[in-house]
Design a protein around this ligand. Sequence first.
Ligand SMILES: [Zn+2]
Length: 320
Amino acid sequence: MPSRAWCVVMLCMMVCVAGCTSRPPALTPADLPPSTMADLAPDLPVPVPEAEPLPRPSPPRDDPSAGGPETVVLGRSVEGRPLVLHRFSRWGGGTLVIGGIHGNEPTSAEVAERLVALLAQNTDGWDDAPVAVLPRANPDGLARGTRVNARGVDLNRNFASANWLPRRPGHPRFGGPQPESEPETGAILRAIAMTAPARIVSIHSITDGRECNNFDGPAEYLARAMGDANGYPVVASLGACHGSLGNWAGVDREVPIITLELPRGEPGSEAWARNRSALMLVIRPEAAAARLAGETVETTGRTSSHKADESPIKEVKGGR
Ligand SMILES: [Zn+2]
């Protein structure tokens, strides 16, 4: 008969072996080849979960206390700065706008903050077009003037999309030691879980002359409506963008998402003036559809009485 101690030793060994076979070891800088900053081979273990559809809560619309604006602290950045979501209706299914995910693109945060100020002028007007704004998704990067967060992670490469790619720490597009490793990414995911957006706009900036309305997922009609308003071209792809929010939401989950690329050299006030109507068209998709159909629409101020998720998307697509 084996002794009790021997059984404990054997049990520990079995657990260890099982753990080693079912879960690949975490990637550390020491595991990576020191000679190159290029992307690693795609056959490295990548712990990316299967894509699951976004939550679709049905808020109790007969409960008056469930609506109305609120400010939510989603979490804290690596350096402890609050990650704040402004909700102008607590119904789900509307528009989520994100700014400042890259800290060296401050006009994206400024435009998002100006949108918050505009929406706040009519705090009771958004139940028919739910909208929420996270204007400073990477506050540490914004404070430092860096694309990445305080841990050197490109947050727009840190999402658990099917094409997330392990890269060396220090790479300008380092997507983190694993997907969703960063608190700022977690805050964005919490904002998505909380608002269950029907569409997302992520505001960035890019080299002057390359500004565009980039879309992923079924968002071409939104990109075209925005282009009609801001004059930027519509772009279906800006490259692979491994682990980006556009891939996570648009490609993997088919949630319409616009990556609005502002011209980086333009002051925030000018970028806002050019994009105010474009953003309001996304928030009110029925207005976007009307604009594409050649109708004149008023995109400022309160929403219409139309329900946001009854936009005639198919009519627009079929007519063009
Ligand atoms: Zn960017």
